[in-house]
Design a protein around this ligand. Sequence first.
Ligand SMILES: NC(=O)c1ccc[n+]([C@@H]2O[C@H](COP(=O)([O-])OP(=O)(O)OC[C@H]3O[C@@H](n4cnc5c(N)ncnc54)[C@H](OP(=O)(O)O)[C@@H]3O)[C@@H](O)[C@H]2O)c1
Length: 257
Amino acid sequence: MPETRTAVVTGASKGIGLAIAAALREAGYQVVAGARTISAELTEVTSLAVPVDLGTAEGVDRLIEAALTELGGIDLLVNNVAGMSGPHVGGFLSVTDDQWRHTLELTLMSAIRASRAALPSILERRGHIINIGSVNARIPASPLVDYSAAKAALANLGKALAEEFGPRGIRVNTISPGPVRTAVWTEAGSTGDALATMAGVSRQEFLEALPAAFTMSTGRITEPAEIAALVVFLASGAASNINGSDLVIDGGTRNEV
Ligand SMILES: NC(=O)c1ccc[n+]([C@@H]2O[C@H](COP(=O)([O-])OP(=O)(O)OC[C@H]3O[C@@H](n4cnc5c(N)ncnc54)[C@H](OP(=O)(O)O)[C@@H]3O)[C@@H](O)[C@H]2O)c1
């Protein structure tokens, strides 16, 4: 294994991806990150930030190729980027083919394409793939029907890759968060904003009610740094018999939500 390990993080200009990139840098990784916009914060924590649309095959290939050619290989791939075309007020019957395609391309196909392109190097370096899933994989929500199905497929893919490639010395794991404090919930025009409107309350009221609505026994939503800490722990190999796992971090949400 080379002295300095290289990690690729998809969708890393803000939110959970940025927190993961920063934590991996702190843990000693060279970080290669991709997003459409390269934020100043991202440039600060990465060795290479690649402006790409990860909803396209070309964008994903360009990101992985940049890591392989400019940093010599990949030890860790974090498939973090996802897409959401909703929330769909009209539920399943209102979701168009284009909306399904958008969600599936960014949430599932990006991870498939990135894993396929990175695997030869990850196998050579006995590395690790970590997929950022969602509790919606197991607790689907009708306004997020496309996203929930895509996340379920992503978790399934993680298990399949762990079974196929585990015997060849690499690990593949999924982290499934419940609500995490990012722009997805906190920004004007966000999913959180739309869900708040659907519920007839303000975004702030909606955010405050989230822990109770999700029956979180901790009484709070998760911070991006907590997802990043879990990525660093998994990647550290301190518990390297964790493979094909789906680790939930959701404040103790009960399944019947
Ligand atoms: N926040 C939550 O409550 C929560 C809960 C469960 C799971 N998750 C999962 O955690 C992951 C990150 O979510 P987040 O809340 O951190 O999201 P976020 O704050 O909206 O950040 C999304 C990131 O993805 C990038 N991105 C979006 N579309 C892209 C595209 N077409 N090409 C390249 N990059 C793109 C964005 O950068 P650009 O816009 O610059 O491209 C940004 O860096 C996702 O997989 C999400 O499903 C989140």
